[in-house]
Design a binder for this molecule. Structure first.
Ligand code: NAI
Length: 250
């Protein structure tokens, strides 16, 4: 089904993992997609894959912590692709240490990317989104945005929790302005980062903690993004959608 024909999407962090599969899925559904990332070669490779599959895409190097980069990304989507209807704030990274060992610089870096990047995206996209007839923002949080996880990665948990409530806050502010805002909370998803732990006790631990007894695929998250971006979700705003194999149901 091509639910996004004629629309323009921006997907941050789309050089890899969930962002890459999301960009491909949105393009399959008919959207022109602006791929943004700090990884240039891999970002351009995503564009190539989409074009080879018959879709429309462009790339811009974009650090989500930079206000100027956000302005440039919006201008490119607007001028080269024709507008901004869908914003997927997906770019992210994590800290791994416990709180005592986390430096202020590490905390600030994680919060800058995972939390402030989402704030900047919605703030700078606002005038573009309000001009769209089908505006939808999807913020990628995490199961660790509402739970304490393994008791490590304090900045990641704090930032992903902030994304959860920021999403609801902006959803209410824009509720009558035609811009829907929702968050997706992935469980353990087999992306390049986690691939490194395949066949190790960490991988087995993640499988055991997941009621469906497997890790998710990036495509599982992409399908949720496509739903929230489409008119099938026309009455859905402020939602937190868990795609986690049952992790949060325990
Ligand atoms: P990934 O590492 O494969 O992809 C993240 C992308 O973000 C990379 O391409 C990276 O270059 C980009 N990025 C990092 N810093 C950036 C910056 N400052 N500006 C622009 N781009 C930047 O990771 P994955 O797994 O695909 O993660 C995507 C999102 O999903 C992240 O927000 C992550 O926190 C979230 N997530 C992932 C889970 C998983 O199990 N893989 C679970 C829950 C949430």
């Amino acid at each position: 089904m091509r639910r996004l024909e004629g629309r323009v999407a921006i997907v941050t962090g789309a050089a890899s993992g969930i962002g890459k599969e999301t960009a491909k899925r949105l393009a399959e559904e008919g959207a022109a997609v602006l791929i943004t990332d700090i990884q240039v070669e891999a970002g351009e490779a995503t564009v190539k894959e989409i074009e080879e599959a018959g879709g429309r895409a462009a790339f811009i190097r974009h650090d989500v912590t930079s206000e100027a980069d956000w302005e440039a990304a919006m201008a490119k989507a607007s001028e080269d692709l024709g507008g901004v209807d869908i914003l997927v704030n997906n770019a992210g990274m994590g800290d791994i240490k416990p709180i005592e060992e986390t430096t202020l610089a590490e905390w600030d870096r994680t919060v800058a990317i995972d939390q402030t990047g989402v704030f900047l995206g919605m703030k700078i996209a606002a005038p573009y989104l309000k001009r769209s007839e089908h505006a939808s923002v999807i913020n990628i949080s995490s199961i660790f945005g509402t739970s304490g996880g393994f008791g490590v990665s304090p900045a990641y948990h704090a930032a992903k929790g902030a994304v959860r409530t920021l999403t609801k806050n902006v959803a209410l502010h824009w509720a009558t302005e035609g811009v829907r805002v929702n968050s997706i909370h992935p469980g353990f998803i087999a992306t390049p980062i986690l691939e490194e732990s395949r066949d190790t006790p960490i991988w087995d631990g993640m499988v055991q903690l997941t009621p469906m007894a497997r890790l998710g695929r990036p495509e599982d998250i992409a399908a949720g993004v496509a739903y929230l971006a489409s008119d099938d979700a026309a009455f859905v705003t402020g939602l937190e959608l868990y795609i986690d194999g049952g992790y949060m149901a325990r």
